[in-house]
Design a protein around this ligand. Structure first.
Ligand SMILES: Nc1nc2c(c(=O)[nH]1)N[C@H]1C(S)=C(S)[C@@H](COP(=O)(O)OP(=O)(O)OC[C@H]3O[C@@H](n4cnc5c(=O)[nH]c(N)nc54)[C@H](O)[C@@H]3O)O[C@H]1N2
Ligand SMILES: Nc1nc2c(c(=O)[nH]1)N[C@H]1C(S)=C(S)[C@@H](COP(=O)(O)OP(=O)(O)OC[C@H]3O[C@@H](n4cnc5c(=O)[nH]c(N)nc54)[C@H](O)[C@@H]3O)O[C@H]1N2
Ligand code: SF4
Ligand SMILES: [Mo]
Length: 650
């Protein structure tokens, strides 16, 4: 895998944040040599990239609710209905009564237009699924290092000589990146340490697997740090020159009881010490963090570990956020966030607001809006919503609550490619184009910005979200929206979002770019962030003491089992084949204690729900913990307790 190889043929796979390039030729999907998929490799999913384009369930006509039913309508009538509904809410309750949800499946330009629409109407109530998906890790990176993004490039991972994977399964979830970067690094002798209560496909390549109790990663990692200090593996020069707060942190570490910590995490003390030795003796340590690690204390502990050992700002090091959906990074970069303008600038920053105002003619409001734009937390002030490419009625933690709130809105406008649980509550449904039908740009998980090219026409009357948002903007705000096209909107993004400053839409047609573009104005962008200093006020990164959970771990002592959920997936057609792997994974000793045998039907229950499935008895899961596929576990995790009971059915 080369650094920054050229590659702009075809378009970008719409399914995950790796951002492989592909095209369709003679009816078959084929990979194209791209920056993230050297030699045109694709995973099985990528081979289905065009499936949504030809799916017969696609929405092909706008729909408007009439007498309780959604009925086909012309675009003109649908936009009228959307605008009427939104203007009524504006007139009755003001802009803070509207919420806007975008669109990690949509382009940078679409996300930019969505947040511009919200903010020019007068509200910061705009959010996107992406920020929530890897929220804790991105926030810690942004707060402590400067940018809420992966620090090093995927290609650069090959240079690591130790790779620590926490709460993730990149062998299956980001397979092309895993095969192109992680496998070759391991083949060259890198140590792979996998921290996960459940063994998955990534574990197969691991040199060492550590299975702590769920939720105890921060404790395990902090104990590692204590061992690193004791064994003299601290990079003193790096700590001295590039960090702050080490004394306070070291005092905190000194007070950490590593023996008790290991016991609470359910891991042998020797194992933690051995992991610390693996990490401490590596010259170049890189960390990959997934959804299972997305907790604030874990993020803090990981960054402390990297700072202590000087594993930031150099090739082969850093923290990789294993983002999921195709444009998770870009949706956030473009400003679909309730407290950030484009380019991650705080809405509270008067200078940033002034730059934006110079472009828009309107200054965005200075007050951050709540997470989920308030729509998801049940903020009673929200009376209307525009949802673009999300399905909050099922994909959010409190899905039932969200569905109720959607049903209660006075107006819900949804841009979608398919009918979903969310369109069911909509007043206006606008049929949207899918990824392979669109132009624009997307930004992958290692900050590479790539051009999409429309490869097929949208079916029927479906249109790109860009056109939909432009039409809404023209009617709700002003004619300036009417002039927008993806090229002009990207140019506007580069003017208001400093990390995108020197990227040019036309250039991206020939060569992908990467943000942040460097200060000298070249467009190569930083494949390794923070080589000389961190993007913080004083250029240094702070150590922080870790807020360790008071009562981590499972509660196997009282007979309950801790539920670990994985394989969370979107439901976009073609994105994921139906899984037959819905069994409850249970450790042999727990199975025996609950009188359950392999293959037996079982009931898993907590205070929220009971689900029926079959048992797979396997030592791949740690004792006291059970693993369930998200699609089956959903009713249990929706507001329920993480501790479950297990019984067999006869
Ligand atoms: N094929 C396919 N690939 C996808 C997707 C898809 O739908 N299909 N979706 C994409 C999306 S949107 C996302 S967000 C990513 C998700 O990618 P990943 O984050 O890799 O998702 P999972 O496979 O669920 O892996 C999460 C792991 O965390 C572990 N875990 C749970 N709790 C804990 C804990 O407390 N500590 C530790 N250390 N581990 C824990 C689980 O056992 C599980 O193995 O995948 C992306 N890639
Ligand atoms: N209960 C539960 N919750 C979950 C998960 C889970 O497995 N279970 N998984 C979690 C994870 S990791 C993620 S990332 C999220 C995913 O959450 P969401 O993003 O809300 O859900 P998806 O089903 O992935 O995608 C939403 C919709 O986008 C539409 N879409 C695709 N492309 C486009 C486009 O270009 N334009 C428009 N307008 N629409 C488009 C698809 O038709 C789909 O219905 O869910 C998270 N939450
Ligand atoms: S790894 Fe991701 S981007 Fe690449 S082909 Fe597979 S799903 Fe598409
Ligand atoms: Mo995700």
């Amino acid at each position: 895998m080369r650094d920054d190889p050229p590659g702009t043929d075809g378009t970008v796979c719409p399914f995950c944040a790796v951002g492989c390039r592909l095209d369709r030729e003679d009816g078959r999907v084929q990979g194209r040599d791209g920056p993230a998929n050297p030699n045109g490799r694709l995973c099985e999913k990528g081979l289905r990239a065009f499936d949504p384009a030809t799916d017969e369930d696609r929405l092909t006509s706008p729909l408007v609710r009439e007498a309780g039913d959604l009925v086909p309508a012309s675009w003109e009538r649908a936009i009228d209905a959307a605008v009427d509904g939104i203007e009524t809410v504006l007139a009755e309750h003001g802009p803070e009564a509207l919420a806007f949800l975008g669109a990690p499946r949509c382009t940078n330009e679409e996300n930019y237009l969505l947040q511009k629409l919200a903010r020019t109407l007068g509200t910061n109530r705009v959010d996107n699924r992406a920020r929530r998906c890897h929220a804790a890790m991105a926030r810690a990176l942004g707060d402590r290092l400067g940018w809420p993004a992966t620090t090093n490039s995927l290609a650069d991972l090959r240079r690591a000589d130790a790779i620590l994977v926490v709460g993730a399964n990149p062998a299956v979830r980001q397979p092309v990146a895993f095969d192109a970067a992680v496998r070759p690094a391991v083949a060259d002798g890198a140590t792979l340490i996998h921290v996960d209560p459940h063994q998955n496909e990534t574990t197969r390549l691991a040199t060492r697997h550590v299975a702590p109790r769920p939720g105890t990663d921060a404790l395990v990692l902090s104990c590692c740090c204590a061992h690193l200090v004791a064994a003299g593996h601290v990079d003193d020069a790096f700590v001295h020159e590039r960090t702050t707060g080490v004394d306070r942190y070291r005092t905190w570490l000194d007070d950490l009881d590593v023996a008790a910590g290991a016991e609470r995490a359910g891991v042998e003390g020797d194992t933690i010490e051995a992991v610390a030795a693996d990490l401490g003796t590596a010259d170049r340590l890189a960390v990959l963090a997934g959804t299972g690690a997305d907790r604030a204390p874990t993020a803090d502990a990981l960054l402390n570990l990297l700072l202590l050992t000087g594993n930031l700002g150099r090739p082969g090091t850093g923290l990789h956020v294993l983002r999921g959906l195709a444009n998770e990074q870009g949706a956030t970069d473009a400003g679909c966030v309730p407290d950030r303008l484009p380019g991650h600038q705080p809405v509270t920053d008067a200078d940033a607001r002034a730059t934006v105002a110079a472009e828009w003619g309107d200054e965005p409001p200075p007050t951050p809006a709540p997470d989920g734009a308030g729509l998801l937390s049940g903020d009673e002030d929200v009376h209307g919503a525009v949802v673009v490419g999300e399905n909050p009625a099922v994909s959010k933690r409190d899905a039932d609550g969200t569905a109720r709130r959607l049903a209660d809105l006075s107006v819900l406008v949804v841009a979608e490619c398919f009918h979903t649980e969310t369109t069911r509550h909509a007043d206006v449904v606008l049929p949207a184009a899918v990824g392979v039908e669109k132009a624009g740009t997307v930004t992958n998980l290692d900050r590479q910005v790539q051009r999409l090219r429309p490869r097929v026409d949208p079916p029927g009357d479906a249109r790109p979200d860009f056109e939909i948002l432009r039409a809404l903007g023209r009617r709700l705000v002003d004619d300036a929206f009417a002039d927008a096209d993806p090229a002009a909107t990207f140019a506007e993004l580069t003017r208001v979002a400093p990390p995108y400053a020197d990227l040019r839409y036309d250039d991206l047609a020939d060569r992908p770019g990467r943000w942040p573009t460097d200060a000298s104005g070249t467009r190569s962008g930083a494949d390794v962030l923070y080589r000389d200093s961190f993007a913080t006020g004083d250029g240094r990164a702070p150590f922080v003491t870790v807020d360790l959970p008071a009562r981590p771990g499972d509660q196997a002592d009282d007979g309950g089992l801790h539920l670990v959920v994985g394989d969370r997936a979107g439901r976009f057609a073609g994105d994921e084949p139906a899984t037959d792997d819905e069994a409850l994974v249970v450790h042999p000793e727990d199975a025996a204690a609950h009188d359950v045998v392999d293959g037996a039907p079982v009931v898993v229950s907590n205070d929220a729900a009971s689900v029926e499935t079959t048992a797979r008895v396997s030592p791949s899961i740690r004792r006291g913990t059970v693993y369930l596929h998200a699609s089956v576990a959903d009713p249990l995790v929706r507001g329920g307790d993480a501790v479950v009971d297990l019984s067999h059915t006869d």
